[in-house]
Design a protein around this ligand. Structure first.
Ligand code: UD1
Length: 348
């Protein structure tokens, strides 16, 4: 779709069911490589990014069958361990396949993912984690070949709690010899969803949601069925749609505990929220109030909601200040290590 034509001036009202999470689906689709068998996934959103992941898996030799709300992925005949350049460039998060390919086959070749509209997308933390696990990395004319004979569990301390680097390190370590301990990890709910999926497959991963994850390597993983969790950014987007239009919406199939900072900011802006276990009802005021926002690693305010709030707040009374701290500006943050070993971020 090249353009949207929006006829405005209407209050958005009604009920909406929230789709499965995009950011959970992508690493979980990649993780299907690990069992070398059949995985059935429910609630994967039907969007370009998931279609692209299926395309890449198919070029590696997997079979993908889609039926209604179900996708069956068969990775028993993977024969290629290189992500095609054009697909890698179309989808930056395809780098997440590397961890799964390395975990299962000890080899993966891909190109640098490149930047995007919100800034540069480096992968140094992914590569550093692979190196820590004893994986060799050859960089040649933009191509990265990662390979090793075996993966042995290690201690990895991430310089920054990158979501993708955390996921890639987990995927590479699931079938390793011994135990891998990763500290300063991302704490996003999508990492918990990945842990739950992997454990259902027979992996031994614990700690997701905290800042330390332990993976005890297992020899083999089994076929599995899994239901992807709801998308917290889609939920936040519908809430903002209601807020910006003075609307009244009921969101179903949502996990309110994943979007606490979004709910807090909408309440500060004057919205009325009725929060239940899997439902949120929002009633917007006639005029929103200005609020200030600073994006932070989870459980802070999510960077993916920053532009949506910026749009919503254009009609608020007063001036809102929005500070982006995850992309581009992340080096403004220093890591403070407390006496008990936990790490916090402080603005310099
Ligand atoms: C994921 C989400 C994306 C979200 C982002 C931050 C998926 C598929 N995408 O992206 O929607 O906006 O988390 O919440 O889950 N960085 C490095 N080196 C690295 C990796 C990251 O410097 O090797 C930096 C990035 O440039 C950025 C910060 O770390 O400044 C956070 O990035 P990261 O958490 O890795 O985001 P993604 O996993 O790419």
């Amino acid at each position: 779709m090249s353009n949207y034509i929006i006829e405005g001036g209407k209050r958005v009202e009604g009920k909406v069911k929230i789709s499965g999470s995009k950011n959970s689906s992508l690493p979980i689709i990649a993780a299907t490589i690990l069992n070398g068998g059949k995985t059935t996934l429910y609630n994967v959103p039907k969007i370009k990014d998931t279609e692209m992941m299926y395309e890449i898996l198919k070029t590696l030799g997997a079979k993908v069958e889609k039926k209604n709300n179900k996708v069956v992925i068969d990775t028993s005949k993977i024969e290629k361990l290189e992500i095609p350049d054009d697909l890698m460039h179309k989808m930056r998060s395809s780098v997440i396949l590397a961890g799964a390919m390395l975990g299962k086959y000890h080899e993966a070749t891909f190109t640098y993912p490149g930047g995007c509209d919100i800034g540069t997308r480096p992968i140094d933390l992914h590569l550093k984690s692979f190196e820590k696990l004893g994986i060799n990395i050859d960089k040649n004319y933009g191509k990265i070949r990662c390979f090793c004979d075996r993966i042995v569990g290690e201690k990895i301390d991430l310089d920054f709690p990158s979501v993708g680097a955390t996921e890639n390190a987990i995927l590479a370590a699931c079938l390793a010899e011994g135990t891998t301990v990763i500290t300063n990890v991302a704490r996003e709910p999508e990492i918990i969803d990945l842990q739950n999926f992997l454990n259902r497959m027979g992996a031994k991963v614990k700690g997701a949601g905290s800042n330390k994850i332990e993976i005890e390597g297992v020899k083999k993983l089994k076929d599995v069925s899994y239901n992807i969790m709801p998308d917290r950014i889609e939920a936040g987007t519908f809430l903002c749609l209601s807020a910006i239009s003075g609307g009244h919406l009921l969101l179903e199939d949502v996990n309110p505990s994943h979007i606490v900072p979004i709910l807090t900011k909408l309440e500060e802006a004057g919205c009325n929220l009725d929060i239940k276990k899997n439902e949120i009802e929002i009633e917007a005021p006639k005029r929103l109030k200005a609020v200030d926002i600073k994006t932070m690693p989870y459980p802070g305010f999510p960077t993916d909601m920053q532009s949506i709030f910026a749009t919503t707040l254009t009609i608020a009374k007063g001036t809102s200040v929005i500070v982006e701290n995850i992309f581009e500006n992340r080096y403004k943050y220093t890591r403070r290590i407390s006496k008990n070993g936990s790490k916090n971020y402080n603005r310099r």
